[in-house]
Ligand binder design. Structure first.
Ligand code: G3I
Length: 378
């Protein structure tokens, strides 16, 4: 298990010591309070997805929250193929370089998201100039070129990569992505092979949402065991953790944590958020949409107290579950810094206002995490 991060073990007590040393004699102020990473960073990496505005100086409030509370970051979008490799012979490194530099300058672990994914796929990637699917050989070469170039550029700077994202459907069948249509199931081992060749020291992850679903769980256990049986490196299985008020059930999520850990891989919670609104869609496919209806945006001016209380209770239950299994879980990453940043706003309906993250639109920490810090800080 590669999960113990010495840096965090050393960092956390030092941070606590520093805080104590510099704390004024008066009552502790908000800045004297330990950050999330100070309290939980020695159990697993505590991360967040970051957007380009937090990395380019536009959203300094968000960047400050990242520096204070998280010891891991992942690109929400800028490392996806449509962004980083928009044309066959052109890469766009600007935002990805800025993110990696931010991590290096602030001592924050960087993970890469994501190398092979059907969504936000560069439009040229799997088709020829006439728009027809390319041959298997051509797609293999394009995957290899993309992965070698992107992973190779950040060799030694990015701890690990979401190599393949969302390859399996809820019923356990393979998603019929262009990669699957052209290469069959082999696109997955190929992606892991290329990533390992590009950076032998990088951790390699497979990642998906709705990983509490039994059929999906079983398929990933079999898939990862097969990859390992082939001698391929797979370090972790990423459970995205996009949740709502009525899904997933805690016990099914826990069964998946245990099943994935049985493969010998770490488990990661890679994109945690929890919708506070009545569920419209249990998936995470940003392409899903429903027509506007006023009643589908029930809380435009903030959550009612009872809803907020239930949301905080449910977030506590899941974070306590992650702590219970911190021997298996090597990273817990939130999919965004503050509520205003979340992809869940306007999803699956434009005009829908969400409240799914740890920090609210004023970058204030929500009660559940304040209470957890109070409970677990040494
Ligand atoms: O960058 C363009 C901008 O130039 C343009 O003006 C604007 C309006 O069209 O669109 C911008 O691109 C958007 C991009 O986010 C950056 O903001 C895309 O339209 C939009 O589709 C994209 O959404 C992202 C989504 O993945 C796309 O699939 C979300 O921010 C991101 O949170 C979401 O994250 C995914 C994970 O990668 C994988 N797991 C599911 C998760 C949620 O869908």
């Amino acid at each position: 298990m590669t999960k113990r991060i010495l840096g965090n073990l050393v960092f956390a007590p030092l941070a606590a010591l520093t805080l104590t040393a510099c704390a004024s004699t008066s009552a502790p102020t908000a800045t004297d309070e330990p950050g999330i990473k100070d309290v939980f960073g020695d159990r697993f990496l505590v991360g967040t997805a970051v957007n380009v505005n937090q990395m380019n100086g536009t959203d300094t409030a968000g960047a400050d929250v990242v520096k204070r509370h998280f010891n891991a970051i992942v690109a929400e979008n800028c490392m996806k193929s449509e962004e980083i490799h928009p044309e066959k012979d052109r890469y766009n490194w600007t935002d990805a370089d800025r993110l990696v530099s931010f991590g290096e300058e602030n001592g924050i672990t960087v993970t890469g998201h994501c190398l092979i994914w059907h969504s936000q796929l560069a439009p040229w990637f799997a088709v020829d100039d006439a728009g027809n699917p390319v041959s298997a050989d051509t797609l293999r070469q394009r995957m290899k070129d993309h992965i070698y170039t992107v992973v190779g550029r950040y060799k030694g700077k990015i701890k690990g990569w979401d190599v393949v994202n969302e390859a399996i459907l809820e019923d356990g069948s393979y998603r019929h992505s262009p990669f699957y249509e052209i290469l069959g199931e082999e696109f997955i081992p190929l992606a892991f092979q290329y990533a390992h060749e590009a950076d032998p020291d990088a951790e390699l992850y497979i990642n998906d949402y709705a990983m509490n679903m039994p059929a999906k769980r079983d398929r990933y256990v079999a898939l990862v065991n097969d990859l390992k049986a082939r001698g391929l490196r797979v370090d972790a299985i990423g459970m995205q953790g996009h949740m709502g008020m009525d899904y997933p059930e805690l016990d099914e999520f826990e069964k998946s944590i245990e099943a994935f850990a049985s493969t010998g891989c770490d488990v990661m919670i890679t994109e945690w958020d929890m919708s506070a609104l009545p569920t419209l869609n249990r998936g995470a496919n940003v392409g899903d949409h429903v027509d506007y209806a006023k009643e589908l945006n029930p809380y435009p001016d903030g959550l009612p107290e009872d809803v907020a209380a239930e949301w905080n209770r449910r977030m506590t239950d899941f974070f306590e579950l992650f702590l219970k299994h911190s021997d298996k879980i090597s990273r817990v990453t939130l999919w965004g810094v503050s509520d205003g940043d979340s992809w869940k706003n306007d999803w699956p309906m434009k005009g829908r206002k969400e409240y799914p993250l740890i920090f609210d639109r004023n970058h204030e920490m929500k009660p559940f995490m304040q209470q957890l810090i109070e409970k677990y800080k040494s």
